[in-house]
Write a protein that binds this ligand. Structure first.
Ligand code: ATP
Ligand code: MG
Length: 167
């Protein structure tokens, strides 16, 4: 027991979590605009166990912020609904974030994902949300069903802390 604890602590010191670490958090938030910040904060705290760089953390928070904002301003535009967020550590360096709504859905996903495309008619949006998610994360997939909702899945692999510290 003591030996196990010791070796786990040593691994943590190396900036890398134990090999067997699998962790997941599921959150349900009402689509109030204040919850964009709440989602960012929860993501930040949860991802911190992977010892991300400042830049990685900023990128992930930004991607989450874009996806959650889309739920608030597009999916549930004139209504209130629930935003479902799952953050899962897939392996010791890879995180998957799923952000789902039961809102209006997207008719044409390919078009919606193009840079500068927006359905906002009030000039407040720039149509860059998906582009930001795509560039800040390693993988982005969007599944949507008009009238039923949208699921955005993002995956990112973080730097290798052990490699870095052994240089
Ligand atoms: N969860 C969603 N539900 C319904 N429609 C969505 C959702 N997310 C995105 N969309 C649609 O896809 C379009 C493009 O989204 P994107 O985030 O790239 O840009 P935007 O939200 O319009 O502008 P920005 O993110 O720059 O403020 C949106 O204008 C909207 O029509
Ligand atoms: Mg957007």
């Amino acid at each position: 027991m003591t030996t196990n604890l010791k070796s786990e602590n040593e691994k943590r010191k190396s900036g890398r979590p134990p090999e067997n670490l699998r962790n997941e958090v599921r959150i349900e938030l009402p689509s109030n605009s204040i919850n964009e910040g709440v989602a960012r904060a929860i993501t930040s705290v949860f991802i911190s166990q992977l010892d991300p760089t400042f830049e990685e953390l900023a990128d992930i928070k930004c991607a989450v912020s874009e996806a959650v904002t889309n739920c608030i301003v597009h999916a549930y535009r004139d209504t209130q609904g629930i935003i479902y967020i799952t953050i899962k550590i897939l392996d010791e360096r890879t995180v998957r974030i799923e952000i789902r709504d039961r809102g209006c859905g997207i008719e044409d996903i390919k078009t919606a994902m193009q840079p500068l495309y927006t359905t906002d008619s009030e000039g407040e949006r720039s149509g860059m949300g998906f582009t930001v998610m795509e560039s800040f994360m390693d993988r982005l997939s969007v599944v949507s069903s008009p009238g039923r909702g949208t699921k955005v899945t993002m995956v990112k692999t973080l730097h290798d802390g052990r490699q870095k510290s052994s240089k």
